[in-house]
Ligand binder design. Structure first.
Ligand code: 5AD
Ligand code: SF4
Length: 475
C-alpha cells in the first residue's frame, strides 16, 4: 500500500481539485490516505497564490518537509495548484526535496497517468525495502533486486515539471465527493474553470487560465451519480458562476440551477462565487422558486465601497449597481445570508475611499466578510500602480473593519434566537457538540446522537455567539 497525505491551501476550487485527485488515487486500490506527513510515501500539496501571505505559508510548509525526505529517500513530494502554475522552476530549484510540480491550468489527464505510474513504482520500491529490512544495502548476491531498486530510485528521485496544455476535459476536472467516515457527504462540483475578468489585483486569470464552462449534461450526470452515492450537499463552483454558459446549448447559470433543483431527492445546493458585474435578478427568482433545494446564501464580493477604487480594480460595476443587487436579494430572499470579500489598502485608497467601504458594511449588515490587505501580485496591473498608503494605515483599516463586522455578526446572530431552522448536520466537533448548518450556512451547535450526521433536522435557536448559534432539537 502507498500512503498518501494531501495538504490543501486556498479556495473551494482547490478543495474540489484535491478531493477529485484523492478519490482517483484511492480508486487505484493500492493507495490509502494517512493522517500525518510522517507516515506518507507520497505527499501532495495543493497551493494558493492569491496573496503573498498565502504563498509564504505554503513555502514554509514545503520547507519543513525536507527532513522527512532525508529519512525516507523514496518519499515523493508533489506541488500542484496555483503556485505551481507560475513558479514551476522556482519551486524545483528552491526545494531540492520536491519531486514534481503540476500547475492548476495543466492537463489533469497527464497528471492522472503520471500518478498512476508513480504509485506503482512507489509500491514496488516500498516492498523491496520492507523485504530487505534495510534501507540502502540490498543483499549483495541478489543482483536483479539490486538493479531494480537502483532503477526505481533513479525514477523516483528524478525531478519533473509536468507541463501540458489541456487537450480534453478530464473527469478529475469536475471535482469530487468528500466522503469521510462519520461526516456529511458533500460534493464539490467545478461547473467551470479559469477567469476572464482580469480584476487588476488578481492573479487567478494567470494561474487558472481562461474561463471555460463545462457541458451541463456532463455536470448533471455527475451530480446524479453523487446523489446516488448519498450526497446531501452539493456546492457548484466557479470564479464567476454568473457567467456560466453551456458550451453546447448556451444555457446560462439560472437554467443550470433550475435543472439541478429539479433532480429528485432531498438535498441542498450551494454556489460560489457570484460576480456583481453580471448577477441577475432571474437567478434570485430561481432560488426563491426552489427554496427546498437551493440555499439562501449569497456571497457577493464587494471589494471596495468606492467607485474610484472599483474602477481602478477593473470590477466593471458601480457601488449603486451593487446596492441595487443587494436590494433585490433582501426583497426576493428576505431570509438570505449575505457575505462578501473586501480588500483594504488598494493602491490609491484614501481614508475617504475606505470610509465608503465602512458605510456599505453598515448598510448591508453582512453576515460574514472575508477581508484582506491588498497584496501586490506578479503579472497584475495593480502591481504597477503607485501605492503610497503605509502598512500601518492598512493594518489599522483592516482591524477596524473586522472589529465592526464582528459586532454586526453578533447582532445579526442575536436576531435568530427563538427561531427554528431546518439544518443539515455536518459532523461531531472536538468539543463534543454536533455541528449543523442552516440554508444560509450559519453554524448551529447542538447536543445529540451521531446518527444525525448527514441528516436534515429542525433546530430551535436558544442562544447566539459571534461565530456559532446554539440550538436544540425539535422532534
Ligand atoms: N490582494 C488581496 N486580496 C486579494 N484577493 C484577490 N486577490 C487579492 C490580492 N492581490 C481577494 C479578493 C477575492 C478573494 C478571493 O481574495 O477579495 O474576492
Ligand atoms: Fe480574480 Fe476577479 Fe476573476 Fe475573481 S473575478 S478570480 S477576483 S480576476
Amino acid at each position: 500500500m502507498v500512503n498518501l497525505f494531501f495538504k490543501t491551501y486556498g479556495c473551494q476550487a482547490n478543495v474540489a481539485d484535491s478531493q477529485s485527485l484523492e478519490n482517483y488515487l484511492i480508486s487505484l486500490g493500492n493507495v490509502q490516505v494517512v493522517e500525518n506527513e510522517n507516515l506518507a510515501d507520497l505527499i501532495l500539496i495543493n497551493t494558493c497564490a492569491i496573496r503573498d501571505k498565502a504563498e509564504k505559508k505554503v513555502s514554509s510548509y514545503i520547507g519543513q518537509l525536507a527532513e522527512l525526505k532525508k529519512n525516507k529517500t523514496y518519499l515523493n513530494i508533489g506541488v500542484i495548484g496555483c503556485m505551481a502554475s507560475y513558479l514551476k522552476k522556482e519551486i524545483l530549484t528552491r526545494f531540492d526535496h520536491v519531486s514534481f510540480v503540476f500547475g492548476a491550468k495543466d492537463d489533469l489527464n497527464i497528471l492522472k497517468d503520471y500518478l498512476h505510474d508513480l504509485v506503482l513504482k512507489l509500491e514496488t520500491i516500498k516492498e523491496i525495502y520492507a523485504h530487505e529490512q534495510v534501507h540502502e544495502q540490498v543483499h549483495e548476491k541478489d543482483n536483479k533486486v539490486k538493479f531494480e531498486l537502483k532503477r526505481l530510485k533513479k525514477i523516483i528521485n528524478s525531478k519533473n515539471v509536468i507541463n501540458n496544455k489541456v487537450k480534453e476535459l478530464s473527469d478529475l476536472s469536475l471535482g469530487g465527493v468528500k466522503n469521510k467516515d462519520k461526516e456529511l457527504k458533500q460534493s464539490f462540483i467545478n461547473i467551470m474553470t479559469g477567469c476572464n475578468n482580469y480584476c487588476s489585483y488578481c492573479i487567478v486569470p494567470f494561474t487558472r487560465g481562461r474561463e471555460k464552462s463545462y457541458p451541463s449534461n456532463i455536470l448533471l450526470d455527475r451530480i446524479k451519480r453523487d446523489l446516488d452515492l448519498g450526497v446531501k450537499e452539493i456546492t457548484l463552483l466557479g470564479q464567476n458562476v454568473n457567467s456560466y454558459k453551456d458550451p453546447v446549448t448556451n444555457n446560462g447559470f439560472e437554467w443550470l440551477m433550475e435543472q439541478v433543483a429539479n433532480l429528485t431527492g432531498e438535498f441542498w445546493v450551494r454556489f460560489v462565487s457570484a460576480h456583481p458585474k453580471d448577477m441577475t435578478i432571474d437567478l434570485l427568482k430561481v432560488i426563491a422558486d426552489h427554496q427546498d433545494k437551493l440555499c439562501t446564501f449569497i456571497h457577493l464580493p464587494l471589494q471596495s465601497g468606492s467607485n474610484k477604487i472599483l474602477q481602478s480594480m477593473n470590477r466593471t460595476y458601480t457601488i449603486e449597481k451593487y446596492m441595487e443587487q443587494i436590494d433585490w436579494v433582501k426583497k426576493i430572499l428576505p431570509q438570505a445570508t449575505i457575505t462578501t470579500d473586501i480588500i483594504v489598502g488598494f493602491p490609491g485608497e484614501t481614508e475617504q475611499d475606505y470610509l465608503m467601504t465602512r458605510k456599505i458594511i453598515e448598510q448591508v449588515r453582512y453576515d460574514l466578510i472575508y477581508s484582506f490587505i491588498y497584496s501586490p501580485r506578479k503579472y497584475t496591473k495593480a502591481a504597477l500602480m503607485l501605492d503610497n498608503c503605509s502598512n500601518e494605515e492598512k493594518n489599522k483599516r483592516l482591524q477596524e473593519l473586522q472589529t465592526r463586522q464582528m459586532e454586526i455578526c453578533f447582532e445579526n446572530n442575536l436576531l435568530t434566537v427563538g427561531k427554528t431552522f431546518k439544518t443539515l448536520v455536518e459532523k461531531r466537533l472536538a468539543n463534543g457538540k454536533l455541528l449543523a448548518r442552516t440554508k444560509g450556512n450559519l453554524r448551529v451547535l447542538c447536543d445529540s446522537k451521531d446518527e444525525l450526521v448527514g441528516t436534515f433536522v429542525k433546530l430551535k435557536i436558544k442562544s447566539a455567539g459571534r461565530a456559532n448559534l446554539i440550538g436544540s432539537l425539535i422532534e
